[in-house]
Design a protein around this ligand. Structure first.
Ligand SMILES: Cc1cc2nc3c(=O)[nH]c(=O)nc-3n(C[C@H](O)[C@H](O)[C@H](O)COP(=O)(O)OP(=O)(O)OC[C@H]3O[C@@H](n4cnc5c(N)ncnc54)[C@H](O)[C@@H]3O)c2cc1C
Length: 387
C-alpha cells in the first residue's frame, strides 16, 4: 500500500516511523520546510520546534478514558523506542526520566482537588503508574529551590513515571531512522491541495503525487488542506477548523544547578514549566514556558507575541523558583499550537467517507505526548483496510 504522509513534525515523523515497521507500506513523507525540524531554533516554523516536550500522562487529571489511554501509551512508546532510536541513529535525544512535580495552590476548589488527587493516586497502580502527594515539609526538604514561605502552595503531586523529551531532536532521530528503514522524505514540497476519491493524492507546484492513502499530519496547515477536498467537489466530510494558540518560552543559563544536581524533575506550577535541559556543569540550562495566547480564529496573520504575557510568565516563574532571578538569557522563542475548534484534540478521522484521506492532526498542547498513540491508531486503521 502506498502511503503519502503530509507533514514531518513530531506527529508525521512518528507516524512514518511506526508504519515503517510494516513492510507492506511503501511510505513517502512530503513537507514544505527545506529539511527536518530544527533544534533550538530562534524562529520556529513548526509547532514541534517550539515545544517543551513535557509528557504529562499519569499526572493528567483523568481517571480513565481515551485521552488518558493515549497519554499513557505515549510514555510507554517513548520508553521503548527512544533507546532503539539512540542506538540506531547515534543521535543524542535528551530524555528526562526523573518525573514531573506539579505544585498545588490554595483556591476555592482546593479540597475537591486534594480528594481528586488522592483518588488518582489510588487508581494509578492499576494502570502501572505511581502518583505521590507531597506536603510542604517534603517539598522543602527535597526541592529547596521552590519558594514556600507565604506562598499559596498547599502541596504538590509527584509523578515519577512521567517524562520530558527534546521534541526537535526526537523528531530528527525519527526521520533519520525512518529513512534508514526505507521511508522517502521529500522536503521543500508544499502541498497545494488534496485529491479525494478512488485515486487519492496531493497537488504540488511540481505536479500531482498519487497514493493509495494520504495521511494529513500537517499541524496548522491541515485545515486549509482539508478545505481543498470539499472545494474539489468530494462528498462533504469532516469540517476541520483549527485555531492557532501562541506560546512563548525562554532558555536560561544558571551558574549553579537549581536545586539538587541528582534530582532534576520538571517542576510545574500554574501551568508554567521549569524544564532542565542540560546537566553539563559548565552550561546548566533550563527552559521556562509557555504562555497560552489566543489569536483570531483560524489565522496566524494577526497573532503576535504579547510582551506582557511573557513578562507575567517570567514573574510567576521567579516567584515559584527565586533562583531564576540570577539566570542569564540564552534564547527566547515562540510558536503556535494547532487547537481544533468544536472538537477535542487530537483529530484522527477520515476526511470523508471512503475518501482514503486520513486526518491525524490538531494535537494542540500535547502533540509530543500524543504522537505515538496517534501513530498506533493510524497504523491500525490502515492495516484494517487491507492491502
Ligand atoms: C510553546 C509550545 C510549547 C509546547 N509544549 C508542549 C509540551 O510540553 N508537550 C507536548 O506534548 N506538546 C507541546 N506543545 C504542542 C506541540 O508542539 C504540538 O501539538 C505538536 O508539535 C504538533 O505537531 P505536528 O507534527 O502536528 O505539527 P508541526 O510540528 O507544526 O508539523 C507540521 C508540519 O507540516 C508541514 N506542513 C504544513 N502545511 C503544509 C503544506 N501545505 N505542505 C507541506 N507541508 C506542510 C509543516 O512544514 C510542518 O513541518 C507545545 C507547543 C508550543 C507552541
Amino acid at each position: 500500500m502506498r502511503v503519502l504522509i503530509v507533514g514531518s513534525g513530531v506527529v508525521g515523523a512518528t507516524i512514518a516511523y511506526e508504519l515503517s515497521e510494516n513492510d507492506a507500506f511503501e511510505i513517502t513523507v512530503v513537507d514544505a520546510q527545506p529539511g527536518p525540524v530544527v533544534a533550538d531554533a530562534a524562529v520556529c516554523a513548526t509547532s514541534t520546534e517550539a515545544a517543551l516536550g513535557v509528557l504529562m500522562a499519569a499526572i493528567a487529571k483523568k481517571e480513565k478514558g481515551r485521552n488518558l489511554k493515549m497519554r499513557l501509551a505515549g510514555v510507554d512508546w517513548y520508553d521503548r523506542v527512544i533507546p532503539d532510536l539512540i542506538e540506531s541513529t547515534g543521535l543524542e535525544i535528551p530524555y528526562n526520566r526523573q518525573g514531573i512535580l506539579m505544585l498545588q495552590y490554595q483556591s476555592d476548589r482546593f479540597e475537591a482537588d486534594r480528594r481528586l488527587w488522592e483518588s488518582l493516586a489510588k487508581v494509578r497502580p492499576s494502570q502501572n503508574r505511581r502518583l505521590e502527594i507531597w506536603y510542604p515539609n517534603q517539598i522543602r526538604s527535597v526541592c529547596p529551590q521552590i519558594a514556600m514561605p507565604g506562598s499559596r502552595v498547599w502541596g504538590a503531586v509527584y509523578s515519577p513515571d512521567d517524562r520530558q523529551v527534546h521534541p526537535a531532536k526526537l523528531t530528527q532521530a525519527l526521520v533519520q531512522s525512518a529513512q534508514e528503514r526505507g521511508v522517502k522524505f521529500e522536503f521543500g514540497t508544499q502541498v497545494l491541495g488534496l485529491v479525494g476519491g478512488k485515486n487519492p493524492g496531493v497537488q504540488t507546484a511540481a505536479g500531482g503525487i498519487k497514493a493509495d492513502v494520504v495521511v494529513v499530519s500537517a499541524g496548522l496547515g491541515s485545515a486549509a488542506m482539508a478545505q481543498t477536498i470539499a472545494k474539489a467537489g468530494a462528498k462533504p466530510g469532516l469540517d476541520l477548523k483549527l485555531r492557532p494558540v501562541l506560546g512563548q518560552a525562554i532558555q536560561v543559563r544558571m551558574a549553579e544547578p537549581i536545586g539538587t544536581m541528582g534530582f532534576q524533575p520538571v517542576i510545574t506550577g500554574n501551568d508554567i514549566h521549569l524544564v532542565p535541559v542540560n546537566q553539563d556543569p559548565e552550561n546548566l540550562d533550563y527552559w521556562v514556558g509557555a504562555t497560552v495566547e489566543f489569536g483570531p480564529e483560524a489565522s496566524t496573520a494577526d497573532l503576535v507575541p504579547d510582551s506582557s504575557a511573557f513578562e507575567s510568565l517570567w514573574t510567576q516563574a521567579c516567584e515559584m523558583i527565586p533562583a531564576l532571578k540570577s539566570a542569564t538569557k540564552v534564547r527566547q522563542w515562540n510558536g503556535v499550537r494547532p487547537r481544533p475548534i468544536d472538537r477535542p484534540a487530537p483529530v484522527i478521522e477520515w476526511a470523508a467517507e471512503n475518501s482514503k484521506i486520513l486526518l491525524a492532526t490538531g494535537h494542540y498542547r500535547n502533540g509530543v505526548l500524543l504522537a505515538p498513540a496517534t501513530a498506533i491508531e493510524v497504523r491500525s486503521r490502515l492495516e484494517a483496510i487491507g492491502f
